[in-house]
Design a protein around this ligand. Structure first.
Ligand code: HEC
Length: 241
């Protein structure tokens, strides 16, 4: 009896938690694996704002050059950090010891993040940091409560303040407003985040581009084969007729 009671309490608490997370509406990302300019721009943004803490161990710079038909030198100059070689993986310069000392938790590798969290979640996460003076980093996040990551875009996006409403006697955040404007317009910021998420989605499945390329070769081969077999058939039946 006691056991079943504690299980039902546990279940109730769990479902409350789920409800709390679900109450935030995710902002859909516009993922387009064909939009190469967007993905390449996203890679630049990643190296500039994220690689300081997060790695993407599944990808080498050479792979980006190959997938987007870019010159190796161009990738090294425009995307990779200084000192990297084309054969390097996207490793962060930060070591795990320092990061756990500074943030209390290691920034995870982001190779598969678009698969585990989903593109819409990432799009929402990166845009919904807000000021929260009660937190050690002075910031919090709508979809990742009490997150241990600082808001790396506070200058670009500006500072967002939460607006509260009452729901069932509880104070909940209804929206975020831009208290202090950033150095880029909201539209420019959203486009940049979308490019970054498009890049993270590509990273989660870089074989997709190769598969699509292979698909075209296979179709081409089938058409040629069809023509040859048609011609052969005509040739054979000529003698029979
Ligand atoms: C100053 C270091 C730092 C920088 C720069 C940084 N992050 Fe983080 N990030 C962290 C830490 C630490 C965590 C772990 C937070 C936690 O678990 O509370 C994290 C967590 C995350 C998560 C959540 C992972 C999960 O558990 O699902 C995502 C996604 C993420 N970061 C993406 C990014 C992106 C994209 C950028 C670049 C725009 C970036 N981060 C820049 C430190 C950083």
């Amino acid at each position: 009896m006691k056991k079943s009671l504690s299980i039902s309490i546990l279940l109730a608490v769990l479902s409350l938690n789920v409800a709390a997370e679900e109450s935030v509406e995710l902002q859909p990302a516009n993922i387009d694996p064909e939009d190469r300019a967007s993905i390449v721009h996203g890679a630049k943004v990643f190296v500039k704002y994220c690689l300081g803490c997060h790695s993407i161990k599944h990808i080498r710079y050479q792979r980006i050059a190959k997938d987007f038909a870019l010159d190796d030198k161009k990738v090294l100059a425009d995307i990779a950090p200084q000192g990297a070689t084309i054969y390097d993986k996207m490793n962060t310069a930060m070591n795990a010891h320092d990061s756990s000392k500074w943030f209390g938790v290691n920034p995870p590798d982001l190779s598969l993040i678009a698969r585990s969290r989903g593109a819409d979640w990432l799009n929402t996460y990166l845009r919904t940091f807000y000021s929260d003076p009660s937190k050690p980093l002075g910031t919090n996040n709508l979809v990742f409560k009490d997150v241990g990551m600082p808001n790396v875009f506070w200058q670009l996006q500006g500072e967002q303040q939460p607006e509260y409403t009452e729901e069932d006697g509880q104070k909940v955040i209804s929206s975020l407003t831009l208290g202090k404007p950033g150095t880029v317009s909201p539209h420019e910021f959203d486009t940049m985040i979308n490019d970054l998420v498009n890049f993270l989605a590509y990273v989660g499945e870089p074989v997709k581009i190769e598969r699509e390329r292979m698909g075209k070769y296979v179709l081409f081969y089938l058409i040629i084969f069809l023509v040859i077999s048609y011609l052969l058939k005509k040739e054979y039946w000529k003698d029979v007729d």
